[in-house]
Design a protein around this ligand. Sequence first.
Ligand code: DAH
Length: 363
Amino acid sequence: MRGMDGLGALGATYLSDIAAAADEAALEALRIALLGRKGAISLRMRALGGMDPEARRAAAPALNGLRDEVEAAFRARRAALADAALAARLAAEWLDVTLPARPRPAGTVHPVTQVMDELTAIFADMGFAVAEGPQVETDWHNFDALNIPPEHPARQEHDTFFLHRAEGDNRPPHVLRTHTSPVQIRAMLARGAPLRVIAPGRVYRLDMDQTHTPMFHQVEGLAIDRELSMAQLKWVLEEFCRAFFEVEGVELRFRASHFPFTEPSAEVDIRCSWADGQLRIGEGESWLEILGSGMVHPNVLRAGGVDPDRWQGFAFGMGIDRIAMLKYGIPDLRAFFESDLRWLRHYGFAALDIPALPAGLSR
Ligand code: DAH
């Protein structure tokens, strides 16, 4: 057997092999080769047993020392490899959560949704809450309660879709709502006065050409308070148009009109120009009709459970698709509902740009 020096040189080799083990597997192979049952150090330990006591006493301490040193080196190397593995993993999985989100996800927001979000933000700023009603509506809510009795000519003008009823089914007749005005009734019945709501949503009429589709969108507005007048209605609508069209100089024209549910009634036009075939809002000599409005008829207040001797209201109704076409220069209404991906990509809005007044509505 070699003396102390031989063991020392051997130990140095072992230690440098251990320190150089590149990974867990190499380290384990080395451990078996040295400390395993037939490992080099184990064999030497076992050989001590066959020595005479004096030789054993001389050889054992150095061998024990070597074994302890080698075991410590294994522990240290194992810990170093684990640290390096963790560091590599942390580096690989590192993520900067402060990076801005991807500017343009694959999907886009439909112009109708965008405009609904925009007008909701504008009216919310003026204290209007969002109200909702069903698209399958009783004809009482859609007509009677809005001061349109059965024989009223307005019923014919609405091109109504009626729901089929089996014979003997005597639930009240239902229609696909032809306007968002029935939400006025539902909001009054549910919330009472005073009240300030808008109701954007789908409506249906049997009509189809370049400017009409059987389903389209309206937004209803209703304000009820002790003293409300056309002056406040006009201010609210002007304020809305200025914010919505993002033009300072919007000019509105109120034209006397007639709706069964308002008295007096006015249709509202917006000043625009069509120079070079391009629509410009707020300048020029043309007028575009954008909405109907008026002071809520006492019969309508009554149908909503609101006392017309104590409360007054103004209301308005506006085509959402139409103002979307005007604001964003979209020529054909029918394309809105054809789900053509090229159209959606072209006219759609970035999903993460939620309209808000302080940031500007349509960045
Ligand atoms: N409901 C009407 C329509 O669909 C629009 C309308 C006009 C609504 C005047 C109103 C209003 O609230 O006051 O043609």
